[in-house]
Design a protein around this ligand. Structure first.
Ligand SMILES: Cc1cc2nc3c(=O)[nH]c(=O)nc-3n(C[C@H](O)[C@H](O)[C@H](O)COP(=O)(O)OP(=O)(O)OC[C@H]3O[C@@H](n4cnc5c(N)ncnc54)[C@H](O)[C@@H]3O)c2cc1C
Length: 532
C-alpha cells in the first residue's frame, strides 16, 4: 500500500515538473519574441529618428534657401547638405546657363579642379535628357558599374564627375540644374531626401536666377539713366554754349571760333591770341566753365552819352557834322578816293573814311575788283531784337547788376536791367529792362511773340507790371564772327579810302570793337601821311 502511494507521488511530481518546464519554455519563447520585437522597435525608432532628422534638415534647407539670391552661396549650402546627409565626399552641381543654353559646373566637392572648366552638358534629345526632364533621381551606371550613356558622357566630359547618380533640380517645367553624386547605392530614404531637397533647391535657384536677371536689368537701367543724365547735362551745356555763341558772335556754336567765346567773355586777349588753336585755350575754357567774370559796365545817362562825349571831343571849328544824309557814291579818280555824293550833294575830300556796311561798299564805288567784292559778300550778319520794357515797380528777380542769359528755351534772351546801373533811366521806383535775342525767324512779329512768351514764363508776374514796351530790330554788329568769316583791312584797295566799323576788326564786341577798328585805321592814315 505504501509502495503504491510512493509511486503515485512520483507520478504527480513528474507531471508538475513537465508543466513547469512547459511554462518555462513558453516564457522563454515570449522573452525571445519580446527581444525580437524590441529589436524591430529599435530599428523603427532609428529609422524614424533618421526621417525626423531628414525632415528637420529639409525644413532648415527651406529657410536657408529662401531669400538667398547668391547662386554661389546657395550652391555651397546645397551641396554641403547633400554631402552630410549621404556621407559622401564627391559630388558636383551643374546649373543652367540661359545665355549659353547648357549646364556648367558651379560647385564641385572632392573632384579635380579642372572639372569646373572642362565639364559642360549641352542638352540634346535622347535618353539622358528624357531622364533629366522626368525630374526624379536616377542611376547613371548599370549593375556591373559601367556608364549607361557612355557616348554622351564622353562628348561632354561628364565622366570627370565620377558620378553614380544624377538628381535633376526641376521646377514645374524648367530643369534649373543637375546634382551628380558618387555613392555605390542610394536607399529609399536617401532618394526621397534627395528628391525633396532638390525640388526645394530648384525653386531657390530659379528665384536667384530671376533676382540676378532683374538685378542686372536694374544695373543696366541705372547705367542708362546715368548716361542719360550726363547726356542731358551735356545737351544743356551745349545749348548754353550755342546760345552764348549767338550772343557773342552772332552765329551758332558750329560757326563760332573757340577764341571768340573766350575773348567775348574776357578770358583771352584777342589782340594777341585770336586765331590760336582751341587746344591752347583749354585752361581758359575751364575758367569760363567756372565763370567768375564781372567785367560789366553801363554809361551813366545811357548810350547817347558816349556819342555826346565823342562829339564833345571834336574841335568845334574844324569839324562839321551833317546828319541824315545818305551816301550814294564814293567818287574815285585814277584809282583814288576824292569825295562822296550824298542825297544832298557832293563833298570833295583828301581821304574818305567809310563806316557803313562793308558788304555794301562795292555798290558805292566801282574801283574794287570782283575778288575783293566776293570776299566782302562772305560777311555774315545777325539781326537782333531788343524788347525794352518799363516796369511799374522794381522786381526782385531783376535786382542784379550785370546781365542774365536765359537759355532754357528756343528763344533765349540776354536781360540787362539798365536802370539798376543808372536810376535816371527810369522814373523813381520803376525799372527799365532790355531783353535782347538774336532773330532766327523770318517773321519779326512771330519772333516778338516768342520773346514775350519766354520772358513771361521765365519771370512770373512781369506781364502785369509792364507799363510800356519799345522794340528795336537792329544789326548790332555788322559782321558776325565765324570760323570762315572775312574781315577787310581798314586800308581799302582804293587809295585814300579807309574803312572802320565792327565789320573791319575781329577783336572784342560792340563799341569796343568799333573803337579798335578806328585805332587801326588811324595807324594806316598816319602811315600814308594824311595825319601828322
Ligand atoms: C540795343 C543795343 C545794345 C547794345 N549794347 C551794347 C553795349 O552794351 N556795349 C557795346 O559795346 N555795344 C553794344 N551794342 C552794339 C554797338 O552799339 C554796335 O556794335 C556799334 O555801335 C557798331 O558800330 P559800327 O560803327 O560798326 O556800326 P554802326 O554803329 O551801325 O554805325 C554805322 C553807321 O553808318 C551809317 N550808314 C550806313 N550806310 C550809310 C550810308 N549809305 N549813308 C550814310 N550813312 C550810312 C548807319 O546809319 C550807322 O549810323 C548794342 C547795340 C544795340 C542795338
Amino acid at each position: 500500500m505504501k509502495k503504491r502511494e510512493n509511486s503515485s507521488e512520483t507520478e504527480n511530481s513528474g507531471s508538475q515538473l513537465a508543466r513547469l518546464k512547459q511554462q518555462v519554455n513558453g516564457k522563454c519563447a515570449e522573452i525571445l519574441k519580446l527581444k525580437q520585437d524590441n529589436k524591430q522597435l529599435n530599428e523603427q525608432i532609428k529609422k524614424l529618428d533618421k526621417q525626423v532628422f531628414d525632415l528637420y534638415t529639409l525644413a532648415q534647407a527651406g529657410k536657408t534657401f529662401t531669400g538667398n539670391p547668391d547662386l554661389r552661396r546657395l550652391s555651397e549650402v546645397f551641396t554641403s547638405m547633400v554631402q552630410d546627409r549621404l556621407g559622401i565626399k564627391k559630388c558636383a552641381l551643374l546649373l543652367h546657363d540661359r545665355n549659353l543654353k547648357l549646364y556648367t559646373v558651379i560647385k564641385a566637392h572632392g573632384l579635380p579642379h579642372e572639372v569646373q572648366e572642362n565639364v559642360q552638358y549641352k542638352p540634346a534629345e535622347g535618353s539622358l535628357w528624357q531622364l533629366i526632364q522626368a525630374g526624379e533621381p536616377f542611376s547613371v551606371k548599370d549593375l556591373s558599374g559601367e556608364l549607361r550613356l557612355e557616348t554622351v558622357f564622353r562628348e561632354n566630359n561628364l565622366q570627370l564627375l565620377e558620378s553614380t547618380y544624377w538628381v535633376p533640380l526641376k521646377t514645374k517645367n524648367y530643369v534649373v540644374g543637375i546634382l551628380a553624386v558618387k555613392k555605390e547605392a542610394l536607399n529609399e530614404d536617401e532618394l526621397t531626401f534627395l528628391t525633396l531637397l532638390s525640388s526645394q533647391a530648384a525653386v531657390a535657384f530659379n528665384s536667384a536666377f530671376t533676382y540676378q536677371t532683374l538685378e542686372a536689368s536694374r544695373k543696366e537701367l541705372d547705367k542708362q539713366m546715368h548716361l542719360l543724365a550726363i547726356l542731358y547735362d551735356v545737351s544743356k551745356a551745349l545749348h548754353f554754349i550755342d546760345t552764348l555763341s549767338y550772343f557773342l558772335s552772332g552765329m551758332s556754336m558750329e560757326l563760332t571760333p573757340a577764341w571768340r567765346m573766350l575773348g567775348g567773355s574776357g578770358y583771352l586777349d584777342e589782340d594777341k591770341e585770336a586765331n590760336l588753336r582751341a587746344k591752347n585755350h583749354i585752361e581758359k575754357i575751364k575758367k569760363l566753365a567756372r565763370n567768375n567774370y564781372y567785367g560789366h559796365g553801363y554809361p551813366v545817362g545811357g548810350i547817347q552819352k558816349i556819342t555826346d562825349a565823342v562829339i564833345a571831343s571834336m574841335p568845334e571849328r574844324n569839324v562839321t557834322i551833317r546828319k541824315n544824309e545818305e551816301v550814294l557814291k564814293i567818287i574815285s579818280e585814277a584809282g583814288r578816293a576824292v569825295g562822296i555824293v550824298t542825297d544832298q550833294g557832293r563833298y570833295n575830300a583828301d581821304i574818305v573814311i567809310y563806316s557803313g556796311f562793308m558788304k555794301n561798299l562795292p555798290s558805292l564805288i566801282s574801283d574794287v575788283d570782283s575778288a575783293y567784292s566776293k570776299n566782302l559778300s562772305k560777311i555774315r550778319q545777325t539781326r537782333t531784337m531788343v524788347l525794352w520794357v518799363g516796369l511799374k515797380e522794381k522786381m526782385p528777380e531783376l535786382s542784379y547788376i550785370g546781365s542774365e542769359i536765359y537759355y532754357n528755351t528756343n528763344t533765349p534772351y540776354w536781360a540787362i536791367p539798365v536802370s539798376n546801373y543808372d536810376p535816371a533811366l527810369a522814373p523813381k521806383n520803376k525799372q527799365l529792362v532790355g531783353f535782347s535775342t538774336t532773330i532766327r525767324e523770318d517773321d519779326d512779329q512771330k519772333q516778338l511773340k516768342k520773346l514775350r512768351n519766354t520772358i513771361y514764363k521765365a519771370i512770373p508776374g512781369i506781364k502785369s507790371l509792364i507799363e510800356f514796351e519799345h522794340i528795336q530790330v537792329t544789326i548790332p554788329e555788322k559782321a558776325a564772327i565765324t570760323i570762315d568769316t572775312y574781315f577787310p583791312s581798314p586800308k581799302s584797295p582804293v587809295k585814300g579810302l579807309y574803312l572802320v566799323g565792327t565789320d573791319t576788326d575781329i577783336r572784342s564786341m560792340g563799341v569796343t570793337r568799333a573803337s579798335y577798328s578806328v585805332l587801326e585805321a588811324l595807324k594806316f592814315i598816319q602811315k600814308d601821311g594824311f595825319l601828322q
